[in-house]
Design a protein around this ligand. Structure first.
Ligand SMILES: Cc1cc2nc3c(=O)[nH]c(=O)nc-3n(C[C@H](O)[C@H](O)[C@H](O)COP(=O)(O)OP(=O)(O)OC[C@H]3O[C@@H](n4cnc5c(N)ncnc54)[C@H](O)[C@@H]3O)c2cc1C
Length: 132
């Protein structure tokens, strides 16, 4: 569907500004998430789509207020990975990937049972917000 839309570039992916995710042809259109990330060499991951959503929402709100200052997106991704009773919290910065200057920079922020417990607590908290 995107490939056949006027948003698509020669590769079939939507063409966007790498800093703002704004379509150069349609400035009131932004494209984020799995639809565009492979073309930007960003991972097709929920955490990236989530942060892009927050960022673009801020850009749109700033545009409407006439206060947009051009702050670039910070392409950082992290997730808690379970293994048994333990868990690992890796974090990667895709700054160099987005600017076309290199590879992602990754590190392990934390590892241990408490990381697993933190994830379980967060899950419980998040699901509780769905119940009214
Ligand atoms: C099994 C699995 C496990 C994953 N685990 C993780 C993880 O642990 N951590 C992580 O960060 N990411 C994970 N991901 C990746 C993550 O789910 C995606 O990167 C993320 O959902 C992308 O968000 P999105 O909004 O770009 O697209 P989507 O979440 O795919 O949303 C697109 C939406 O558009 C709708 N849609 C499609 N076509 C149309 C149409 N024509 N009209 C109207 N609506 C339409 C779809 O129904 C869908 O709701 C996982 C993915 C899979 C499949």
């Amino acid at each position: 569907m995107v490939r056949e839309s006027p948003l698509a570039g020669p590769q079939g992916f939507p063409e966007v500004d790498r800093v703002t995710f704004r379509s150069p042809r349609f400035p009131n259109v932004f494209v984020i998430g799995d639809t565009v990330n492979p073309a930007l060499m960003l991972p097709p991951a929920g955490v990236v789509a989530h942060f892009q959503g927050e960022y673009v929402a801020g850009v749109i709100a700033s545009d409407l207020k006439g206060a947009y200052i051009g702050e670039p997106f910070s392409p950082v991704a992290m997730c808690i990975m379970d293994f048994g009773d333990n868990a690992l919290l890796p974090q990667c910065s895709f700054e160099r990937v987005l600017s076309g200057t290199g590879m992602p920079s990754c590190g392990v922020m934390a590892v241990g049972k408490w990381v697993r417990v933190t994830k379980m607590l967060f899950e419980g908290f998040w699901f509780a917000t769905l119940i009214e």
